[in-house]
Design a protein around this ligand. Structure first.
Ligand SMILES: CC(C)(COP(=O)(O)OP(=O)(O)OC[C@H]1O[C@@H](n2cnc3c(N)ncnc32)[C@H](O)[C@@H]1OP(=O)(O)O)[C@@H](O)C(=O)NCCC(=O)NCCS
Length: 174
């Protein structure tokens, strides 16, 4: 990993650079609508950029959520993208770990993600079966729904993840 890499909260001025990463990293998916909606949310969003020599090379969002019937604060990880030429240099892992530390310091009990288990498993995520995603997943994606408990006071949660409006689009989950 480059020595000059820094992580910080994104600002409004970063948006065009954030938006440039996703079509390159995910050429087959259009994540820009949900990213724009999330960045417009007045609260409950942690948006972090990785910056190298002044250039934004990665971005991720954590969304504050609840599990139906539980008081604990939980979060949903994603989207996450690293500019192709900067991939496989530890930046994705580092930005996730930066966000997880922040979530833990804020008392977030569990972080959920819908993503490749080969990747998120390396970061400590495990397949989740008690807390369900907001919409039923296709059978082929069942193993992609994962969770990571934070802190020492591990809670056993069950129920459906309640997400804010930007995530309430069935096509994001199918
Ligand atoms: C997935 C992504 C966020 C990972 O960030 P990164 O900075 O490249 O990853 P890191 O350097 O932290 O970790 C590298 C390891 O993650 C794994 N990895 C990287 N990209 C992967 C991918 N697309 N799928 C599965 N595993 C992946 C590999 O095991 C790799 O280790 P290796 O280089 O020793 O084989 C980034 O590559 C990206 O934005 N990719 C485009 C989108 C994508 O493919 N998403 C699918 C996964 S959700």
């Amino acid at each position: 990993m480059t020595n000059k890499l820094a992580f910080r909260l994104s600002t409004h001025a970063d948006q065009e650079f954030i938006e440039a990463i996703y079509p390159e990293a995910f050429p087959d998916e259009d994540l820009l609508p949900v990213i724009r909606d999330l960045l417009r949310e007045p609260s409950g969003i942690l948006s972090i950029v990785a910056v190298s020599d002044g250039a934004i090379v990665a971005h991720m969002i954590m969304t504050s959520c609840k599990v139906a019937g539980h008081d604990e604060n939980v979060a949903l990880l994603g989207p996450l993208a690293v500019t192709p030429e900067w991939q496989r240099q530890g930046i994705g892992s580092a930005i996730v770990n930066t966000a997880l530390e922040k979530m833990e310091s804020q008392g977030v009990a569990v972080v959920y993600v819908l993503g490749d288990p080969n990747y998120y498993g390396r970061l400590g995520f495990m397949t989740e079966s008690k807390v369900m995603p907001p919409y039923p997943l296709p059978d082929a994606w069942q193993g992609a729904w994962q969770a990571l408990s934070l802190g020492s006071n591990r809670k056993s949660l069950d129920g459906r993840l309640e997400v804010p409006q930007p995530w309430r689009h069935r096509e994001l989950w199918s």
